[in-house]
Design a binder for this molecule. Structure first.
Ligand code: PEP
Length: 268
């Protein structure tokens, strides 16, 4: 299981010390989960230092479409990688909404991430109106296809997708495990139709995930982890979510081998 915290635009140098310290102490190898925190760029050095002796991975919430040059205000994947960063969220719905990011840019960002050794976590998800109109599967599979179509096969095989229904992000209204599984199964079917390698792509669920309801989500066959926003700001809550993910992984291993979606789990 892969559990990724997205701090969004939160934190400060003082507050971060306690949060990172709590994560460093609470997330150990035997949790059986790959935990990652995606922090604002200015806190990368602080995060790298606080977590370097721990199994917790470091990530960013965005990267530039470009590798370097006259792009004022941008941060490249190469720069993030210099701070021990291994993961990059791309195409988060907040960036799609407020920065008007479309598939062309999101795919370029994913490409940049791959080139610089980061694992892109590509976010997809439908609005409430789209769900109400019965268009969820169509919207989500179109978003996934648009990214895949813009990448090479080798790049595609580095991706993680996060299904994040927009109506569930930051609203306290999480999808049920069943609702998440239905969409994950559609994404999985699409990936499988492309290749057996892509069928192994890790699929995260995101949208108001909290420890109390995490087991329902992690118990689903096509859920390989979670992207956690608000709840990741509370380190103890985030650790509890990781604990639940670890337990779900153990249960799944008992019911059958996890050959797929497993390679990234051993990544530091
Ligand atoms: C997110 O930011 O990706 C997210 C899922 O947020 P939240 O958990 O707060 O809904």
């Amino acid at each position: 299981m892969l559990v990724v915290g997205n701090w969004k635009m939160n934190g400060n140098r003082v507050e971060n010390v306690a949060r990172l310290d709590c994560l460093a102490k609470g997330i150990t190898e035997n949790l059986n989960v790959q935990a990652v925190v995606c922090v604002p760029f200015p806190y990368l050095a602080q995060t790298e230092q606080a977590l370097q002796a721990t199994p917790v991975g470091v990530g960013v919430q965005d990267v530039s479409t470009q590798s370097k040059g006259a792009y004022t205000g941008e941060v490249s994947a190469a720069m993030a990688a210099e701070f021990g960063c291994r993961y990059a969220i791309v195409g988060h719905s907040e960036r799609r909404a407020y920065q008007f990011e479309l598939s062309d840019a999101i795919a370029l960002k994913a490409k940049q991430a791959v080139v610089h050794g980061l694992i892109p976590i590509v976010c997809v998800g439908e609005t409430l109106e789209e769900r109400a109109a019965g268009r969820t599967a169509d919207v989500v599979t179109t978003q996934v296809s648009e990214i895949l179509d813009r990448l090479t096969v080798e790049e595609q095989e580095q991706l993680v997708f996060a299904y994040e229904p927009i109506w569930a992000i930051g609203t306290g209204k999480s999808a049920s495990g069943k609702e998440a599984q239905e969409v994950h199964a559609c994404i999985r079917a699409l990936l499988r139709s492309r290749s057996s390698q892509l069928a192994n792509t890790p699929l995260l669920y995101g949208g108001s995930v909290k420890a109390a309801r995490a087991s329902d989500i992690f118990g689903q066959a096509d859920v390989d982890g979670a992207l956690v926003g608000g709840a990741s700001l509370d380190a103890n809550e985030f650790i509890q979510i990781c604990l639940n993910a670890g337990r779900a992984r153990c249960a799944r291993e008992r019911t059958g081998p996890i050959t797929r979606r497993a390679a990234w789990q051993s990544a530091p």
